[in-house]
Design a protein around this ligand. Sequence first.
Ligand SMILES: NC(=O)c1ccc[n+]([C@@H]2O[C@H](COP(=O)([O-])OP(=O)(O)OC[C@H]3O[C@@H](n4cnc5c(N)ncnc54)[C@H](OP(=O)(O)O)[C@@H]3O)[C@@H](O)[C@H]2O)c1
Length: 324
Amino acid sequence: MTKAVRVHKIGGPEALIYEDTDLPAPGPGEVRIRQHAVGLNFIDTYYRTGLYKAPGLPFIVGNEAAGEVMAVGPGGTHFHPGDRVAYYVNLGAYAGERNIPWERLVKLPDHITYEQGAVLMLKGLTVWYLLHRTFKVEPHHRVLIHAAAGGIGLLACQWARALGAHVIGTVGSRAKADLALANGCDHVILYNEEDFVARVKQISRNELCDVVYDGVGKSTFPGSLSCLKPRGLFVSFGNASGPVPPFAIAELNNHGSLFATRPKLNDYIGKRSELLEGADTLFAAVINGKLHVPINHAYALKDAAKAHADLESRSTTGASILKP
Ligand SMILES: NC(=O)c1ccc[n+]([C@@H]2O[C@H](COP(=O)([O-])OP(=O)(O)OC[C@H]3O[C@@H](n4cnc5c(N)ncnc54)[C@H](OP(=O)(O)O)[C@@H]3O)[C@@H](O)[C@H]2O)c1
């Protein structure tokens, strides 16, 4: 038995129920973890509302966490009781303890805390693949990052700056603008008050951007396409304001022979070698000071509903954790 946050019926934050949940012994190839910190992600809200489909009801919310190995299943695994580990996996993370296939775990280096590990496995690995694989950011690039003060946003702005790029961020408030500027943005646009396309044109002297990273979705489309130079890349990686509506592929031609992609983390770390490569690069960036992990909010796991309400009402910045 463990405590977990489950959804029995799709809905608002009140659908998150903190309750006792059965936990069987770990099966072959599985590891039992006692979780010390769980990452809060906008994706968790998509599962709760039904925008992303869980395999069935009830389900335990959550996609990333860090903790300590308590036991291993029959046959043994690469991990041992006492190992400090973290993971990204679809669902099941909002829990005190859980079982998980060992292939999805990475060992936490000594200098990475459980709290950092818990927010790096989904947010950090996403920023790693977006900036190094989906598009390889280099010093001559100008990049636009929407929701620059968010969990993904602050990490992405810091890393893009560290790679030498010129970074433009959009944010929803002046306080968030200050934060984004302190975390790698060269310019910040208040996209609720200003026409962000006109401002990108002004800032770039009409040269526009090589790549737009758009996790906001509906409300920044099709403006994001107008921020790209010919042959630029539109990276639509999320739906914080709702999904991007269907659009004609000819729009990419009209905006200058653009490229567009709708990536997801699973497709970049599906092989264990890719997971380990991404995690090694990420942890090294944190340990050598290239990347600061801004954990700006902490909630008890039982208060997950409040955490979701805060995230959806845009009142959080940076990363947030839940403490089992
Ligand atoms: N594809 C992938 O592999 C992948 C992986 C992880 C995350 N994601 C996506 O990355 C995005 C960011 O995730 P996150 O967990 O780091 O969240 P977050 O950025 O911390 O929170 C979302 C932010 O989006 C902005 N926003 C704009 N319109 C909004 C609206 N109508 N309602 C709520 N927020 C709105 C808000 O910032 P402002 O107030 O500054 O506008 C808000 O703080 C999400 O879209 C998520 O789905 C994708």
